[in-house]
Design a protein around this ligand. Sequence first.
Ligand code: HOZ
Length: 427
Amino acid sequence: MAQASSEKLYRQAEEIIPGGVNSPVRSCRAVGTHPLFIAKGQGSKIFDVDGNSYIDYVGSWGPLILGHAHPEVVEAIKKAAELGTSFGIPTTLEIELAQMITKLVPSMEMVRMVNSGTEATMSAIRVARGYTGRSKIIKFDGCYHGHADTLLVKAGSGAATLGIPGSAGVPADFVQHTLSLRFNDLDEIAAVMQKQGQEVAAIILEPVAGNMGVVPPKPGFLEGLRKWCDETGALLIFDEVMTGFRLALGGAQELYGVQPDLTCLGKVIGGGLPVGAYGGRREIMSQVAPLGEVYQAGTLSGNPLAVTAGLTTLKILSKPGVYDELEERSNHLFNEMSRLAEKHKVVSTTNRVGSMGCLFFTERTVVDFDSAQTADTQKFAHMFCAMLERGVYLAPSQFEAAFVSLAHDQEDIDKTLAAADEVFKEI
Ligand code: HOZ
């Protein structure tokens, strides 16, 4: 497939943008190629500057649950833009979105809009520390909560992909209060909480990890964390930036029936525009300025374009049957993928929850970062390139998720499986 224009643009970009990209994992370094430059997206497809089209399972890393350029979302954004793009002064749209979020995610009694998932998690941590008066934070190896200093410890996503899970430029002092434990290991949590539970401000996690590939919580894991938080007064923070409005309207907390104290949102809630949000119990959120003494602010927070895109997306997602449809398509795709791998004797394991999933090239059951890291990343790189060649765009890293959207139809899924059938023969 000719990609000469993308390649040329990448060389230009490299001169003036670090690594030629505005977010590291996009560089495609981990899969030994250069990034595509995208001209447009429509439904389930993206089109590069060389005129190639690809069935896209990245969906802007999760937000595009309705597919690219959904007509209702585009129309709503256009209308909002005509009325002004940003005021830094409240609009009624912000109330509407906050009402919708608090209704759909009942653990969020109050919510504050921000501009990205990183801002949401960083702010939630600050609120947890302010509310509890404690400093320690527990996170889990391979979970990724954006690029705030405190949370860049044994981090997943691009950090894991590029081998920098603890970033340079983060002074040791800044992460001395961050403990990173093994995902899905309640014994490890028990050992730490028994000794230090009274010093812990919060346990933060992706309830379904999506940044070390996809790793579901073992039965009882989320409940166990809830129990430890209740016993010690630490807050439980669910980073639902990826899972919020994706796994269910009420996110992973609805799916697993465990309520956190604070929730972080992003991706789907912005309908493809830059948005984040954090919220939780009224008593906790009342610590946020100007009500309380935890400071957090943002010029573009709650801006009308992003809020409109989010609102329109959530309204469409609220229609009956949407998540059943997503479940059915995703189940079919990942089950068949796994069957094809088996048919061609490709050693692999498939993890999926709802419309997010991934295939790890390992014989191990993947339950945490250590088992995820047993995956053969060379094989993944081969698969990425071979699928791309056949018109299927996967995330360019073993440690990311594939997202199915409502725009992926049977034809897309059949083409994807036909490509996988060929590719597995070579692996
Ligand atoms: N951290 C994002 C995926 N988990 C990557 C975002 C991007 O590169 O656009």
